[in-house]
Design a protein around this ligand. Structure first.
Ligand SMILES: Nc1ncnc2c1ncn2[C@@H]1O[C@H](COP(=O)(O)OP(=O)(O)OP(=O)(O)O)[C@@H](O)[C@H]1O
Ligand SMILES: [Mg+2]
Length: 404
């Protein structure tokens, strides 16, 4: 692959992170620009105040440009929020050629048949990801082009998103002078950063517990199998602490990060009152108890979003936690006790170097994943981004098929 500069903008509920990377090859990625600023104007993953969101994006982009000394023209942007939903769909076509050889246009045809799934009013297909093909009944074929057969089946994962939510997000980015090169569902990006191909093959659940949303993705047979977004994460946890302990939000947020711990039992010597600035105090035990019960509830919500109750067969590798909230001490241990499955924290793993200062934190799994998505030439979205005109997404898809 030719050397190229790629840019990703992770528009989160609490932070906006712009990363510029020099991709020399798939595993030689130098981060050359980074701009992280607090996010304003977003709630649970969607834009609620356009002016505030625009200016947050603009300052994050400006900072990254300053660090790299380069201008950003276009960027990959993450999408999340309750408006996102997904289904698995199936398509089938016959191979008409006399030699019965599967050609790229047959792949295009079979994929387009799966797009016919009913899309709710006001929504559009964001991703139509082929999970695997079957050729004359032979399942799990990854690349059928060049193989012989008479019947080609495809299993796809279709992700839809609200047209107006995505348009508002894109508008924020464009107003900072940046073209949206493509849109990627955030949990797909996070998975790229923290999961191994073996885990994705055998089956694993990933939960990115951020500020406003918990983004869930299940990977199976090497590909995405299920996605869901829960509108509960770190922000709601702080809000509960603020109400439960009678503290201002900002004080509760600081206490959560500094003293929060979800270990099942609290030792006697830890039961002290925490003195904080401006005379605010709270019991350490109360703080941890609230956090623990909220996190136990969140684990239950994650399981409720699963497509089956046979978690062992679905995800033998268990659950991987990312997002800022997964920094809570003991959260993996609590998860193992609550869910009775393997649970680990996922840090973006280290095939990136350069200005990576904060990027190895689980809070940056999506950010790093958005860079890796480009570096690894992953499936383009089906969204018709402006750059490609009205047929942009379709052209991208065809381009990808010809490359594979
Ligand atoms: N050490 C910590 N302990 C507990 N919570 C933490 C810690 N560090 C960060 N957080 C929480 O993580 C959240 C931010 O996570 P993250 O940066 O992944 O969110 P985001 O990407 O801005 O939001 P989203 O993806 O939900 O739109 C905040 O609610 C913050 O309080
Ligand atoms: Mg995030």
């Amino acid at each position: 692959m030719a050397k190229r500069i790629v840019t990703a903008i992770d528009v989160g509920t609490t932070k906006i992170a712009t990363v510029m990377a020099d991709v020399k090859s798939q595993d030689d990625i130098e981060v050359i620009g980074l701009g992280v600023v607090p996010s304003h104007g977003l709630h649970k993953g969607i834009v609620v105040n356009m002016d505030e969101a625009k200016s947050s994006v603009a300052s994050s982009v400006k900072e990254a440009q300053k660090v790299s000394g380069l201008r950003i023209d276009s960027a990959y942007v993450g999408v999340t929020g309750r408006h996102v939903s997904s289904i698995n769909n199936h398509g089938v076509v016959s191979i008409p050629h006399s030699d019965r050889l599967v050609r790229p246009q047959d792949l295009k045809r079979v994929l387009s048949t799966t797009r016919g799934a009913p899309v709710p009013e006001g929504k559009k297909v964001l991703h139509a990801i082929p999970r695997y093909y079957a050729l004359d009944g032979q399942e799990r074929v990854k690349k059928p082009v060049g193989m012989h057969g008479t019947r080609l089946d495809v299993e796809t994962h279709i992700i839809t998103a609200s047209v107006s939510s995505v348009r508002n997000l894109a508008k924020c980015i464009r107003s900072a002078g940046i073209e949206v090169a493509d849109l990627i569902l955030e949990p797909l990006a996070s998975g790229e950063a923290v999961l191994t191909p073996q885990e994705m093959d055998a089956g694993i659940i990933m939960a990115d517990i951020g500020g406003g949303t918990t983004d869930i993705a299940v990977f199976k047979d090497g590909s995405i199998y299920h996605t869901a977004i829960i509108p509960v994460a770190g922000y709601q946890l702080t809000s509960d602490l603020s109400i439960g302990l009678g503290l201002p939000f900002t004080v509760a947020e600081r206490m959560k990060k500094r003293y929060g711990n979800v270990m099942p039992e609290m030792e006697d010597d830890q039961v002290e009152d925490l003195g904080l600035e401006n005379g605010h105090t709270a019991s350490h035990r109360d703080l941890c108890n609230i956090i623990r019960s909220r996190m136990e509830e969140l684990f239950e919500l994650i399981l409720l979003e699963m497509p089956t109750t046979d978690y062992q067969s679905l995800a033998p590798h268990g659950l991987v936690l990312t997002g800022g909230t997964s920094n809570l001490e003991g959260l993996d241990e609590l998860g193992r006790a609550a869910l009775r499955m393997p649970v680990r924290k996922g840090q973006p793993y280290a095939e990136i170097y350069g200005i990576t200062d904060v990027l190895y934190d689980p809070a940056y799994a999506t950010t790093v994943g958005l860079v890796l998505w480009q570096a690894r030439d992953k499936e383009p979205s089906a969204w018709q981004v402006k750059r490609g005109g009205i047929f942009g997404g379709f052209v991208n898809l065809i381009r990808k098929i010809f490359r594979s």
